[in-house]
Design a binder for this molecule. Structure first.
Ligand SMILES: [Fe+2]
Length: 296
């Protein structure tokens, strides 16, 4: 029992219309202006107009009112102020300034099994738009990940899965990671990741998004080390990345052979393989490039 999934992310973008068009083409269903739904996760992305790119709120689902009270008490024990309403609690993670709201919500149904290849090549003819199943994880850059992780691990009760490039990868249950903090010179949304049904959908979705939009291509197709998922990252018009991913590993995450990492040891490669290789910092957001360039 406890917190079980990221219900939604709310973010501000400086230019709303191009961002709305991007996420419609990405395959999310726009149910109201700026509100986007996945197939099994419901409304999981809310885009608000500027003035600057900003992570406004991460909304997390829990099983019961008892969970809300337990989490509120733990956060208050960490010195974090908690706001209570009849149906939710809310608190601000003090390092990043990101608001986190928790409310009682139904768990998501299990991901549907992948459709097996037919063997008669009809699967290779399919040209339906990719529709993401659900929001898998949210990655936030912040200035002190060690301090910020305490809110999520000790306050909300997430588990630590791994450290990759200096960032704690944290999970609720069976996904390898649901919220990740990455070291950054400022708070920013690094990327959101959207689960699709197969590696074919990762490839098809990514290639479809860059058709006539080569500027959207960031990194992919590739395979991560830490979570073993296939990925393709695209640049959205508001300075963050959007990732299509698929992993058969997710449901293994609480199996007896899954690991509890020891921070600082056994760092896994960011990617086992990818196109292009990780030589050009393809996943450094524009907002971070200037400080990095002046350092070197
Ligand atoms: Fe990711």
């Amino acid at each position: 029992m406890g917190a079980h999934h990221v219900i939604s992310l709310t973010r501000r973008v400086p230019d709303l219309e191009p961002a709305r068009a991007f996420y419609r083409q990405f395959g999310l269903e726009e149910t109201a202006p700026g509100t986007f739904a996945t197939e099994i996760g419901g409304e999981q992305l809310h885009l608000l107009a500027g003035p600057a790119a900003e992570v406004v709120e991460i909304h997390i689902g829990v099983d019961s009112a008892f969970d809300l009270e337990e989490i509120a008490a733990r956060l208050e024990g960490l010195g974090v102020a908690v706001t209570r309403t009849a149906v939710a609690i809310a608190a601000v993670e003090p390092v990043s300034g990101v608001s986190v709201r928790l409310s009682v919500a139904a768990r998501l149904p299990k991901d549907p099994p992948r459709v097996p290849d037919t063997g008669d090549r009809t699967d290779l003819m399919r040209r339906d738009p990719v529709v993401p199943l659900r929001l898998g994880h949210v990655v936030v850059g912040c200035t002190d990940v060690e301090r910020a992780k305490v809110f999520f691990l000790d306050g909300i009760g997430m588990r630590l899965s791994d450290y990759v490039i200096g960032g704690p990868f944290m999970r609720f249950e069976t996904d390898h990671h649901n919220i990740v903090l990455l070291p950054a010179p400022l708070t920013l949304l690094h990327h959101t990741a959207w689960k699709v049904r197969s590696v074919d959908e990762v490839g098809y979705g990514g290639s479809r998004m860059i058709e006539n939009h080569p500027e959207r291509h960031a990194w992919g197709l590739g395979r991560h080390g830490a979570s073993a998922n296939y990925f393709w990252y695209l640049k959205d018009p508001a300075g963050a990345f959007a990732e299509y991913y698929h992993s058969d590993m997710d449901d293994l995450a609480d199996g007896p052979y899954f690991w509890d990492p020891v921070p600082g040891t056994g760092e896994l490669p960011v990617a086992v393989w990818a196109s292009p290789a990780l030589t050009e910092q393809p996943l450094v957001p524009e907002a971070m490039r200037a400080p990095i360039l002046t350092e070197g």
